[in-house]
Design a protein. Sequence first.
Lengths: 105, 834
Amino acid sequence: MMPEVGLQSYLLLGALLFVCGAVCMAMKRNAIGVLMGVELVLNGANVNFVAFARFNSTFEIEGQIFALFVIVMAAAEAAIALAIVLNFYNNHMTVDVDTAEELKG
Amino acid sequence: MESPGLLYVAATFLPLASFLLLLLGGGLRAAAKPVRDTPLGGSIFRGLGGDAPIKTGAYIATGAIGLAFVLSLIGFILFKQDHPHEAVEHTAPHQEAVEHAAGADVVQDWRLSPLSLADPSRWSVSVDWASLNMGSRPATTLSLGYHIDSLTTVMFLMVSFIATLIHVFSIGYMGDELQPTVEDHQVHTVDGHLRRRGRFGRFFLFLSLFCFSMLNLILADNLFQVFLSWELVGICSYLLVGFYYERRSASNAAIKAFVTNRVGDAGFIIGLLILWTYVGTLNFEDLFRKIRLPENDIANVATASSLRHRIVRAAVVPGEAPSRDGQKLQISAGGDQVVLFPEYSRHSEEVRKALDTGIVDAKFAPRTGQLGSMPYWVLVVAGLGIFLGCVGKSAQFPLHVWLPDAMEGPTPVSALIHAATMVAAGVYLVGRCFPLFTPEARLVIAYTGGITLFMAATIAIVQTDIKKVLAYSTVSQLGYMMLALGVGGWIAGLFHLITHAFFKALLFLGSGSVIYGCHHEQDMTKMGGLYPKMKVTAITMLVGMLTIAGIPLFSGWYSKDAILAQALGFVQEYPKHILLFLLPLLTAGITAFYMFRLWLLTFAGKPRDEHVYEHAHESPRTMTVPLIILAVFSVAVAWGWPLYDAEASVLNSTIEQSEPLSAKIEFATVHAFAHGSHALAGNLALGLVLVALIFASLIYHSRVLDPEEAKQQFPGIHRFLWNKWYVDELYSAIIVRPALTVAHWCRKFDTRVIDGTVDATARGVVQLSRWDGRFDLGIIDGLVNLTARVVFAVGGRLRTVQTGYLRSYILFLVLAAIGIFAVLSYFVAFVRAG
């Protein structure tokens, strides 16, 4: 018999995903890579939402709805971010985020 | 003619119209001067004379005063028709008084002039000028008006006639002033003599204003109007004496004349205010009616007939305390109160009752028909105050010092103002206000006149400036008039006023002619022997000299004898005042001496200064004709038939018509004595005059006696007289110098204390604001700047946080999230733990 998979495991997975995404965002110089890190972070959060929806009956619906919202939002976010990256590329002929430093104080 | 008095009003306003015209012309010329390049401005400017003064103004002024003379002549004739002169013939003053005393009384007109048979409204009108609404107080209205009596008519004729002649004379005398530039040899500037524009028009402008003021003064029926004119006359004198105001001596003389007159006017104002407060009116007739017991109330009251036209004195009834609105008085000769009678008392029962019983119910604020009272000494002060004004204007001791200095003005001015008319104003006013003077005040007047006439005559003996001699002679003659009025010689004083005006104008114009002929040389020691060169002037001046000396049948003889007789009469009644006769008698001789000396020094003998003699010439006809006319009048103005009788002349009888009844009655015995001793006084004076004339010709003509020797023999007296009795020095020591010292102190106080305080305050404020500035810059601004600098520095540091590297942002983001998470967890754990 398979041991019962508890809430803790889900939260650990979510955290792992979150940390991987965050590290990816922080480390990658390629803008596409950064976007990928963002997706990882969002999905890490989604895992938490869904897990709480499964294990805490108070949030049964809310958790799932929130997960859906996050997915939709991630799609919109990806579309906008890719458009920005494309424009950035047109202007700088690269997608290295370290070259985007015009906004520094 | 309905109201012939208006003729006089018109005659008064003619010179004023001329004054305004000249003022307008001069003003227009001055206004057009800056724009004289434009066609309109240029034509106005050139039409009014351009750079050189024009004669038109003089013709306007002369025409105005000439017309005024014609009008007053017509007025005089009409007046004479209205007031036929008959009653006086058979009732000489003293007889009339006796008749009245016997009770042969008729209700006479209560007007000022006892013989005004005509309707009074034809000759006098008064209109309210300013009213004060003060309820029941008596004195609430200032009025302007005219009152013509025989004195006014005579004065009008005299003033307008002499003024006309002087205007004509001035057209010639002031000819120098017609040039565009006049060089004044007596004013030195850095580059030679002063050069200025001629002031021909201005001279006639001032003359016109003067004539108006003088005529208005004579015309006035109340003291207020007199006072207005009095001041106007004073300012005209100031302007004309200071006509050559660039000369220091002239401007000083003008100021001296003005200030000295101001001293007198202070007294005048005091007198006016006393009368206004206590008597409640300034109208002459009303004043006299209130102060003197009126004629009409005493009919059938035998006890009161001795009081008629007298100041009725009364004492407070013992035991009767004054109530709120009045007091009970007992009529008594030595009482300390004066009864004031109602203004309209023709049938006043109150007055009748008071006179019957001798008890007066005097109200403090009397209404119509009621009696009032005022303290006697206040009335004395009022009289003395008015007299002080006259002392100033008529140059009597001790205020005579301005007149000789006033000779700095042009000679026609000296003749018009300081000989004939203005100085006569004081004498005129004393005559006009005669019923207001108490016996004490009259004695002061007499002694003032006596001292003045003697003092001025002695000073005149040693003066060498021809105009100064005449000035002192004027002062002396005015003293005669004052003395005459003081001893009750009302007619004699005013008679002399008129004759003096003629001969003194003649003498002054004659001296003007001499000065003009000698090219403005006034020192008699440089003249001499001028007779062949200026015959007309010499002869007319000889006439004037004989007139003033009192040679029989010249007009001065009549008037001076009348004064001396009056003085002798007074002394006969009051022997302790014998000086009042001796002084004028002696001075009659002195007068003849110094006048003959003047004539001899000027016209007779050998020329003492070749330069002056060479260039001397007779004056033009505009100047000699007035001299001849004045000479004729000087001789004949007092003639009547029989020729030797002074009282027979038209002049004398006309003046007599105005004599206040109070003068007639109070001095009835004096008049009687004077009448008896007329010949004695006249002969004494004539003897002295002849001796003086012989003496003068011995000294100055045949040179039997040497004036230099006399001078050396009596050096003290000569120095005393030469320095004019040291009056100027005395004033300088006791008034002028202390005043200057006080002024210096005040100035020092001003510059040291007042200015010092102000300056110290200013310096303190400057210092304070300097500190305040430092505080502002250092502390307030410093704080603000420090804040800004701190913020700037912090910002500079913080900006490095914004690296622009996306990855570092994310790193911070994550770290912050972790941090927040950690804190939140800690707080949650804390809350859970409770």
